[in-house]
Design a protein around this ligand. Structure first.
Ligand code: URA
Length: 271
């Protein structure tokens, strides 16, 4: 008798996703309560504090194929960026879900060769749902556009944390750990040719180190084979404009790595 192939069960997706979080050390998952007050569109939806989908082949691709085209580990838990975004929107893995106005997922199409990673949303981002739109964000846009000669829409921008820490305090280790699968999945799905880590938290996350940003910046590192350039966070540059020269040198290295021309310098990007 021919061997019977088992039909995928609906729970397989949930088991795979939970297994992924368990491997990362997440021991508890808080599911939102569905109450009678939920609006009709929400009421029929299943709570999605965990990724709702089964492991599946990667769909989103950057324009540069990495040498190893295997599906990367975090991407296995999510088939595409939209499913990561849905999981983030419903996430209750840490206490920041109680103080956020909304989650802040990313800016960009997901088909970029260049990805910036910041720390966490601030007040403007919490209000708008878009990363890097406040003063630091405006400086980042200037660095990308006036400095690097790219358009902001050419790059993908995300943060280590998807929710604003109250009062813009530093992210706590448990918050970073809870949010980790989302950024991992974003990177694995976008597969940029180069990552730029903005500031200490992004650099330490991407390079899995505790070295200070002063020692990391300007030196190439690597995350799963993707070159990582740590540089100063735009908020730091707003406070210390004399350090912009170093950040500009870092971004020139990024352009060089991407094989893009370094625009003739008129003026340094200023806030
Ligand atoms: N700072 C960050 O690190 N991220 C943002 O989105 C805004 C400010």
């Amino acid at each position: 008798m021919p061997a019977r192939t088992r039909r995928p069960r609906r729970n397989d997706a949930l088991s795979a996703a939970l297994g992924y979080f368990r491997d990362l050390g997440v021991r508890e998952v808080h599911l939102p309560k569905l109450t009678a007050k939920a609006p009709p569109a929400e009421a029929g939806r299943r709570p999605a504090a965990v990724p709702p989908t089964a492991p599946a082949p990667e769909k989103a691709r950057s324009s540069v194929e990495p040498a190893d085209s295997a599906v990367l580990p975090a991407a296995r838990a999510f088939p595409d960026l939209a499913s990561v975004q849905s999981a983030v929107a419903a996430c209750q893995l840490c206490g920041l879900c109680r103080t956020r106005t909304q989650t802040v997922f990313a800016d960009g199409t997901g088909r970029s060769r260049l990805m910036f990673v910041g720390e966490a949303p601030g007040a403007d981002e919490d209000a708008s749902g878009v990363p890097f739109v406040g003063r630091a964000g405006q400086l980042l846009t200037k660095m990308v556009e006036s400095g690097m000669g790219l358009s902001r829409s050419d790059v993908y921008i995300a943060n280590v944390l998807k929710c604003r820490p109250p009062g813009n305090r530093n992210p706590e280790p448990d918050e970073i750990a809870s949010c980790r699968p989302y950024l991992d999945a974003q990177i694995d799905l976008v597969r940029p040719a180069v990552l730029v880590a903005l500031g200490k938290f992004a650099a330490q996350f991407l390079l899995e180190t505790e070295e200070p940003i002063s020692r990391l910046r300007g030196r190439w590192g690597s995350r799963h084979g993707i070159p990582v350039m740590p540089t100063y966070h735009p908020s730091f540059l707003l406070r210390q404009p004399d350090r912009k020269k170093e950040a500009w040198e870092d971004l020139q290295q990024v352009l060089f790595k991407l094989g893009l021309p370094v625009p003739r310098k008129k003026t340094e990007p200023t806030p």
